[in-house]
Design a protein around this ligand. Sequence first.
Ligand SMILES: [Zn+2]
Length: 285
Amino acid sequence: MNNLAFKFLGKLLIEADLKCITALHIGGTQEGYEIGGMDNPVIKTATRIEVNGFTIPADCPYIPGSSLKGKMRSLLEWALGRVKIDKEGGNYRGKLCECGEGDCPVCVTFGVSAKTEVKAGPTRLTVLDAFPTEETIKSWESDMGEGIFTEIKTENYIDRLSSQANPRSMERVPAGSVFKTRMIYTLYRDTDIDMLKNIFLAMEILEDSTLGGSGSRGSGRVEFGNFDIRFRSKLYYTENAPELSVNLNVDGKKLNSSREIKETFDKVFGEVKKIIKDINQSENV
Ligand SMILES: [Zn+2]
């Protein structure tokens, strides 16, 4: 397959709520913290930012798109049998897929590091940073105080050699917090729409895994819901055609989980497929 096989067909904008079922710890930098201060801070915004008409304050926890994307990629690689196990110095290590092949769902969707020739084409998935919802910020402030967005948990680590207790503090986002995730999936081949299914598969597996640190101690359980999916075809950009709001009501029921969307995938994305086919046909005459 040569590069001419790729052409811009449109973008799917996927929005969903990511709810923290347990507290969440995605590590930030310790810079700026005094000695004797927090051992394990969470990552926070450096300045105030506007996101969709709403102001996210400075020092506000968020989920970097790269953290979410990296976790989804890794889970998908295991699920699809794309992890290579290598033996290095007596240790077995899982190596991420770097095949770059055009039919590899992982490389096509999540991309590969710089390579001279990549048959997979441009990376399809972009995961934006996820910021807390307005309601979540309000509930943090009413529960913990103005400008306080996190809780501190002190854990006792037992040194397995000396049996000595070693107290350590960890900053976490409280359970129940909701972050707005935004993903953009760009279509460059008509078959790309079928690979989109893997995104919902990865989200589903993530719900039975953990995000961020301290997962073995119960942190980082998350759940996706409140989906909103829109399709902007190439013609949306070039001809001012309207965007398509993907109908998530199937058989009188609103689909509200990644599993439900995955199960009814062909029905949900049937209209998008038709638009892509029409664009392809009109360009091939
Ligand atoms: Zn691959």
